[in-house]
Design a protein around this ligand. Structure first.
Ligand code: SF4
Length: 794
């Protein structure tokens, strides 16, 4: 007998066919009738044959006996666990307020919008995820710039593909095949990466960049493309806010209300060349007062305000030109370590081979202080080359309009404005705030988006701020922590601080499929079953995509494992929350109802719906931004108080900013996920683990020789935080002699409880999360890459 299901081993959601004999799975193959057309990678075989009956699987609810982190557990029933947890959460809420309960969601095998529903109905704003170093930055910046993320690359129709800070050969294998096919028909390939990856090996140009200096390189490409007039002049003039005027006194975009008393504060002004005065753009009509108005793209102009005061204004394009002018190839060569000629060749290749796709990769989310502005610069680069939402370019795909959105599950209106304002870290990092979320949404509606993006993916508590609130009680106490399918002791930066913080809690509850360092610290551990393969999943990639796919699980969850959906619902109901669906299938019935299907009909007869690709959708109602255009000068950044143009700053630790420290810690730390692993997951699965049994730090052979290190030696990696970890040396001349690349997410599932080796090789032990010095000042993400370290033989 065959069963069809969907793999959630990574974000791709490939269709699977599992063959059974005597009730046991015997074979796993790709489903040719699924959207993935039969493709699978090696992971699902491990997930089917090794995960469900793994000897370390948590099978029953467990309650801590004795001391926390003591390793002793008592099996209890689900009813007892839920009753006790609900009672203790209720006490904490009554004593300290709902915000004293933090919730860690995960999209790995749970569903974050469902967790958000639980948090909202509980009344706490403090839900978090690992997204601040994994795609949230891209989503938010692209929402602010394009009105919705340009998440898909139409590489199969591109004449040039740029892979920047990613290795699709490892992480997006479908994209890698598309890139390789493109090479066969003559498409150019540029790879920007500190490492000579498999993808870089087949590139026309490989730019071996210094980790975290990406922002400078983007600004340099912009400079070259503007100076050499390689940009798409029509698109820039018509579909970006490049012609809009910015006041020199306030640094704010000039509005109609500045010029005329009673004018519209939402209408932006350009310079009307013929009339020699500002002219307003009507966002609803997507035009100036007449189609014949010709606006200036460059220059400075004097506008007379409603008060009769005169103020100098420059166009956005003029300001962008000035901003990038210093970033010459020679200067940026010094910053990035990439030869100037190669920088110029790559920028010209990208700009002159249109359409070009600049493939989405997540490396930029983890570069610390430069993260948001580098992603802004990337978005502007796509824009001025006319590669946004075109065939062969970077496509704004979604959302699929037929089904009810994941954000409708969340019940965001149920969280009061007062509680929303308490979101930890949002006062400092305002792009994670509810204010930012709600502001973006009001303009997305104008472009026809029927519902907002799920807040669970764009509006989080700042983890370093949560750890500090747990430790100090400031700005208010956090006393309980509900960890749903995540392993923050391994995946959160400054792991020692996270451990100290979690150790102080009155209540720590974790649901997971295995015992991990995080679950070992908990008071209650709840047995979970992952979505896909073991339970039903309806998926539309967080509603960022314009498709919908669904499948039932194929394997029975073992023991008393529940989906996180069931756990959160049952706990929520005990706490008086309204959950109208008794099962996840009922919720999917509700989501599919507008499409005319029940869940059963959908998985049996339809399985996936993907409308044909559509391009230039902005021509109908504009982009989902305040101006209706791509915002090179971000009015959202202006509103929430950040520099509306992209910028670059030297990282807080580097040979340039801290030369003395760099003498003691001479190497720059990159970090990368090992192939087939998924962050901290899959190390417990033997067939995946054997591909990388020990954690590896990649070191240039020249560097290793100078340190007396040979292939396979264990080495210490030590950071200025005063902490060190060890990994095994892997010598590779495709990494710069001054850069080392350790594995991220390494712990030892087989190691003795309760630590499971969490302090031994986990790169997060040595990474500093100081919000003032190391986190991105806009969104708060911390650096996985770019800090200093030293290496010595163990
Ligand atoms: S893990 Fe592999 S098979 Fe599963 S969804 Fe990802 S790429 Fe597809």
């Amino acid at each position: 007998m065959d069963k069809r299901t969907m793999c959630k081993g990574c974000g791709m959601r490939c269709g699977l066919v599992i063959e059974f004999a005597d009730g046991k799975p015997t074979k796993v193959k790709g489903d040719k009738e699924a959207m993935s057309q039969g493709f699978i990678c090696p992971r699902p075989k491990a997930l089917v044959f090794e995960r469900t009956n793994h000897p370390q699987r948590v099978l029953y609810p467990l309650k801590k006996v004795g001391q926390r982190w003591g390793g002793e557990w008592q099996r209890i029933s689900w009813d007892q666990a839920l009753d006790e947890i609900a009672a203790r959460l209720g006490e904490i809420k009554d004593t300290y307020g709902a915000e004293a309960i933090a919730v860690h969601a995960s999209n790995g095998f749970a569903c974050s919008p469902v967790t958000r529903r639980f948090s909202n109905l509980l009344g706490t704003p403090n839900q978090m995820e690992d997204g601040l170093v994994c795609f949230m930055n891209v989503r938010k910046i692209e929402e602010a710039t394009f009105g919705w993320p340009a998440m898909f690359s139409d590489s199969e129709n591109a004449r040039c593909v740029v892979v920047w800070g990613g290795n699709p050969a490892n992480s997006h294998i479908h994209e890698y095949h598309t890139v390789k096919e493109g090479r066969k028909r003559g498409a150019k390939l540029i790879v920007v990466d500190p490492r000579l990856t498999e993808t870089a090996r087949i590139a026309d140009i490989w730019l071996q960049i210094r980790p975290t200096s990406d922002g400078a390189l983007f600004l340099c490409w912009l400079n070259i493309i503007i100076q050499e007039e390689l940009y798409d002049k029509d698109f820039v003039a018509k579909w970006t806010n490049a012609p809009y005027l910015v006041r020199s006194d306030t640094k704010k975009l000039l509005r109609e209300s500045d010029i005329n008393a009673g004018g519209d504060p939402e209408r932006f002004m350009a310079w009307d060349v013929a009339a020699a005065r500002p002219v307003a753009f009507d966002r609803e009509a997507l035009s100036y007062r007449s189609p014949d108005v010709r606006t200036a793209l460059t220059g400075a102009y004097t506008a007379t305000l409603a008060s009769r005061e005169k103020v100098e204004c420059k166009t956005v394009w003029q300001l962008l030109k000035e901003r990038v002018a210093d970033y010459t190839a020679e200067k940026v060569s010094e910053i990035t370590w990439v030869p100037a000629d190669k920088i110029r060749d790559a920028a010209r290749m990208y700009a002159t081979n249109r359409p070009a796709s600049l493939v989405f990769g997540m490396a930029l989310d983890g570069i610390g202080r430069n993260s948001c502005q580098a992603i802004r610069a990337r978005a502007i680069l796509r824009t001025i080359t006319g590669n946004v939402d075109v065939k062969g370019g970077s496509v704004i795909p979604g959302p699929y309009p037929g089904k009810r959105f994941d954000s409708q599950i969340e019940e965001n209106d149920k969280l009061s404005p007062e509680q929303k304002r308490k979101l930890l870290g949002a006062d400092k990092f305002r792009l994670i705030s509810w204010e930012s979320y709600e502001d973006l949404w009001q303009y997305q509606q104008k472009a026809g988006y029927p519902n907002p993006f799920p807040s669970a993916y764009t509006c989080y508590a700042h983890k370093p701020a949560v750890w500090r609130a747990m430790l100090t009680g400031q700005p208010y106490p956090v006393k309980a922590f509900l960890v749903v399918g995540a392993n923050p002791l391994v995946m959160s930066t400054n792991a020692t601080l996270a451990f100290e913080a979690m150790s102080k809690l009155d209540l720590l509850v974790a649901s997971d499929i295995y015992m991990t360092p995080t679950t070992e610290l908990a008071d209650y551990v709840l047995p979970a079953t992952p979505m896909g393969i073991e339970s039903p999943e309806l998926n539309s990639v967080f509603d960022v995509a314009n498709f919908v796919a669904g499948a039932n699980g194929a394997l029975e969850p073992p023991g008393e494992c529940w989906t996180d959906w069931q756990f959160l619902r049952e706990l929520g109901v005990r706490m008086g929350q309204h959950w109208p669906w008794k099962t996840v299938e009922e919720m999917y019935d509700w989501q599919l109802e507008p499409m005319g299907y029940t869940w059963k009909e959908f998985v049996e007869k339809v399985r996936w719906v993907a409308p044909p690709k559509e391009f230039k959708k902005y021509e109908k109602a504009g982009f989902g931004t305040p101006s209706g255009k791509v915002e090179i000068y971000s009015s959202h950044f202006e509103k929430v108080g950040y520099d509306p143009l992209p910028s670059y700053e030297e990282p807080p630790q580097s040979p340039v900013s801290t030369p003395e420290l760099a003498r003691e810690y001479p190497y720059i730390l990159g970090s990368a996920r090992p192939p087939l692993f998924r962050n901290a997951s899959y190390q417990e699965l033997a067939s995946i683990r054997k591909t990388r049994p020990d954690p590896l730090v990649i070191i240039n052979p020249e560097t290793a020789a100078s340190l007396g290190v040979s292939e396979g030696d264990w080495v210490w990696i030590e950071s200025p935080l005063g902490k060190r970890i060890k990994q095994k040396a892997k010598l590779f001349d495709g990494v710069h002699p001054r850069v080392v690349f350790p594995d991220i997410g390494r712990w030892y599932p087989e190691g003795p409880a309760p630590e499971h080796g969490v302090w031994e090789s986990n790169v997060n032990v040595i990474i500093n999360d100081d919000p003032e010095k190391f986190c991105d000042p806009i969104i708060g993400s911390w650096p996985f890459n770019g800090l200093l370290c030293k290496i010595s033989k163990v």
